[in-house]
Design a protein around this ligand. Structure first.
Ligand SMILES: NC(=O)c1ccc[n+]([C@@H]2O[C@H](COP(=O)([O-])OP(=O)(O)OC[C@H]3O[C@@H](n4cnc5c(N)ncnc54)[C@H](O)[C@@H]3O)[C@@H](O)[C@H]2O)c1
Length: 350
């Protein structure tokens, strides 16, 4: 299947799409719905689900993204489906990023590939993981070690579904959202001028943020040219924090972005004036409080960062630096410099 990534694949809806809409807009006749069981709490969701013949309930989370779950669910699907042409089948992933990564992987291998539709139920999935065509399973305790590039035919972004999330999940998406603001001058300026916050802010600016991701992905769909690296802004340190504190991804990315700004300034890439301007933007628009209780020892910080996939030598890692909103520079930066920047925060010991 050719990899085509366009933001026109995304449909924005207030309510879940009717069955006829879903079939008409995607062209598939046999949808298999793979959904996060947490959504069964909502009556409107259960009523909608009843209209479909083939449904698979999943327990979302990192545990789902394993070969054993993949085999178990594929066996269920095989037993469930009558003989039907592969071309008519599509898997519909309804849930957060773990459901999407898992169902995307299954869609890419079942009968050598069936259709895929995403209906994200977390802001993080709506903003990020449902787009860009990456599916993933975890292996030997490490995240996303197995996967395929397999874009969805359609992504339905449904406001009423996203609104079912508790506030903490919306907060967790702010890390990725603020990253898109720093990656694009227009979005940075629009958010600067807007008085909206929280879910209202996310809903209003979602199409712009998603568009930014599609533009980057379109240039390098298979991640062969290094052009998708810019999407890693804030993620090198974000992954250290996520791994040490076991905190939500978005919270870690938010802290990682603040360290990336500090590193960019120290490396002489971001001027003092722009640094101050961007730090003011971040603190006035987003909640930067970090919940991590204990301080991370410097040795632990270095141990984790040295396992990063982007390490280029014994002393350096390829790091995404910000020059100004919308302008980034990727270059190897020393672990020492990143540690010094992180030590300016409250969560790494001096
Ligand atoms: N493929 C990609 O490009 C990509 C990009 C970023 C992240 N990811 C992956 O996405 C995952 C993180 O995304 P996530 O936070 O959405 O993960 P998730 O699917 O684990 O959801 C987080 C929690 O929220 C619950 N949940 C989902 N929808 C809900 C709702 N409407 N109301 C209440 N609770 C709800 C889930 O049951 C789960 O407990 C990670 O596995 C990460 O690796 C993938």
């Amino acid at each position: 299947m050719a990899l085509v990534h366009f933001s026109s694949q995304v449909e924005y809806k207030n309510k879940l799409p009717s069955k006829s809409d879903l079939l008409k807009l995607t062209g598939f006749k046999t949808p298999v719905l793979l959904y996060d069981s947490v959504l069964n709490k909502h009556e409107f969701f259960n009523t909608w689900l009843k209209r479909y013949e083939f449904t698979i309930k999943l327990k979302a989370g990192e545990g789902l993204k394993s070969f054993s779950s993949a085999e178990a669910e594929l066996c269920k699907i095989s037993k469930l489906l009558p003989p039907v042409s592969r071309k008519n089948i599509c898997f519909v992933a309804i849930g957060g990023g773990s459901t999407g990564d898992f169902a995307g992987f299954l869609a890419s291998i079942y009968k050598r590939g069936v259709g895929l539709i995403h209906i994200p139920s977390t802001w993080l999935a709506a903003l990020d993981s449902a787009h860009g065509g990456k599916s993933a399973l975890n292996l030997t305790g490490h995240k996303n070690q197995v996967g395929t590039f397999y874009p969805a035919k359609k992504v339905f972004i449904v406001k009423s579904l996203l609104q079912t999330q508790p506030k903490a999940l919306a907060q967790s998406a702010m890390g990725e959202f603020s990253k898109y603001c720093l990656l694009n001058k227009k979005l940075f300026e629009a958010v600067s001028k807007s008085s909206l916050s929280g879910e209202k802010q996310l809903w209003k600016f979602l199409p712009q943020a998603i568009d930014i991701k599609y533009k980057v992905v379109l240039k390098d769909p298979y991640e062969l040219k290094g052009l998708r690296e810019v999407l890693n802004l804030g993620h090198t340190v974000g992954h250290v924090i996520e791994s040490y504190y076991r905190c939500p991804h978005g919270e870690a990315v938010m802290q990682g972005l603040m360290v990336a700004l500090e590193v960019s300034n120290r490396e002489g890439v971001l001027s003092q004036k722009s640094y101050k301007n961007i730090v003011d933007f971040m603190s006035s628009k987003f909640n930067l409080t970090f919940m991590g209780k204990s301080k991370m020892p410097a040795a632990e910080f270095l141990k984790i960062i040295k396992t990063d996939k982007k390490v280029t030598s014994k002393t350096r890692v390829n790091f995404v630096l910000l020059k100004s909103p919308g302008q980034v520079l990727v270059k190897p930066v020393s672990f020492k410099s990143i540690l010094a920047a992180a030590q300016k925060t409250k969560w790494v010991k001096k």
